[in-house]
Design a protein around this ligand. Structure first.
Ligand code: TXA
Ligand code: MG
Length: 332
């Protein structure tokens, strides 16, 4: 059985033990303010290789290095720009990942052979204490099998990765529930590669206009974000987005098996046999709850999930992005 150790805070002795495992090349899952990460010593290529094996992650998909402060980040890049400095001062520790030109210190496997490195300083006392105790940047993707749902609970990590991880630090449910905002500062105009808890408008206040990577790659475009495969963050159940309330009986009436309907704000009357779930019409609260809900529905053997399409405004950008990916058709 994988060991799960509860951690009460940054002073907990479990952190020293976890740091010892990491320095010895082990894999430790730990809580952050977004989702649980699968950590390894980010300067040890063999340890990072174990992350790829445990997740079944393609070698073309680079991993984020987690640092305890901006000074540690600077040692890992070849150029620390004024934009990086401003953003780090404002948003670190916090759910913002910066992509910058990598220095030679960063192992090739962390970068998936590319020229840039993704850096993030997490706002979670346990994550920060673990990075400091290890004394290394921690390579950490979300602690799930590749293409599966990200974990917001220690139990999600255990059921997705099992024996492949040496230790799971259990810090309870994660706060934001969705992965960090990723901003590419490595070439040209800043570009959001993955929307997250920090909206583009908050970044633009500091660095001016930012592009939003749309997933449409045309000739001459910037390189696609390597990990932005269309179907990602997916539950086992088939997820379909629907217009709130409209034609409900027609849509749901034709389905059979175990069906859930996720409403935002108000729960409409549902046909018998359909499990209704009400979420508040609040983007942060839906973000915090979304993955845990999808995990629960999967565990309950739910086959089809209908969820109301969230509003179009920027507050819902990250939730819409994850729902679009989770509902994308499986590629052949
Ligand atoms: O909130 C988060 O960011 C969580 C927690 C654990 O920190 N981590 C996370 O890591 O979501 P992961 O590996 O599941 O997603 C990171 C994304 C991937 O899509 C990867 O392709 C992209 O970041 N990425 C990593 N390095 C990159 C780079 N040098 N250039 C562009 N994209 C990069
Ligand atoms: Mg991930």
């Amino acid at each position: 059985m994988t060991r799960i150790l509860p951690v009460s805070g940054p002073e907990d002795p479990a952190i020293a033990e976890a740091a010892g495992l990491l320095r010895a090349g082990g894999l430790v899952a730990f809580p952050t303010e977004t989702v649980y990460g699968l950590g390894a010593d980010g300067l040890n290529p063999k340890a990072v290789a174990r992350i790829y094996a445990a997740k079944g992650r393609p070698a073309t998909n680079p991993v984020i290095l987690h640092v305890a402060d901006a000074a540690s980040a600077q040692a890992l890049v070849s150029r620390w720009s004024p934009e990086a400095q401003m953003l780090a001062e404002r948003f670190w520790p916090g759910p913002l990942t910066l992509v910058l030109p990598a220095s030679d210190t960063v192992p090739s496997i962390v970068r998936a052979g590319g020229p840039s490195v993704a850096l993030r300083c997490p706002a979670h006392p346990v994550a920060l204490a673990l990075i400091r105790a290890t004394g290394r940047p921690l390579a950490a993707p979300s602690a799930n099998r590749s293409q599966h749902l990200s974990p917001t609970l220690a139990q999600h990590v255990a059921s997705s990765l099992g024996e492949a991880v040496d230790l799971i630090l259990d810090g309870g449910p994660t706060e934001a529930g969705l992965e960090s905002t990723i901003l590419d500062l490595s070439s040209g105009r800043p570009c959001v590669l993955r929307p997250g808890p920090i909206p583009p408008a908050d970044l633009e206040v500091l660095v001016g206009p930012v592009d939003l990577w749309t997933g449409a790659v045309q000739a001459g475009d910037r390189q696609a974000a390597p990990g932005m495969a269309e179907r990602h963050y997916a539950p086992r159940a088939r997820l379909q987005l629907v217009a709130p309330g409209s034609g409900l009986r027609e849509t749901l009436g034709e389905t059979s098996g175990s069906v859930a309907y996720v409403a935002l704000g108000t729960l409409p009357p549902l046909p018998p046999g359909v499990r209704g779930i009400l979420l508040p019409l609040d983007a942060d609260m839906v973000g915090a709850r979304l993955y845990a809900l999808l995990h629960e529905l999967d565990d309950a053997g739910c086959e089809r999930i209908f969820m109301e399409r969230p509003p179009e405004d920027e507050a819902w950008l990250a939730v819409r992005d994850r729902l679009r990916r989770a509902s994308a058709k499986e590629r052949p």
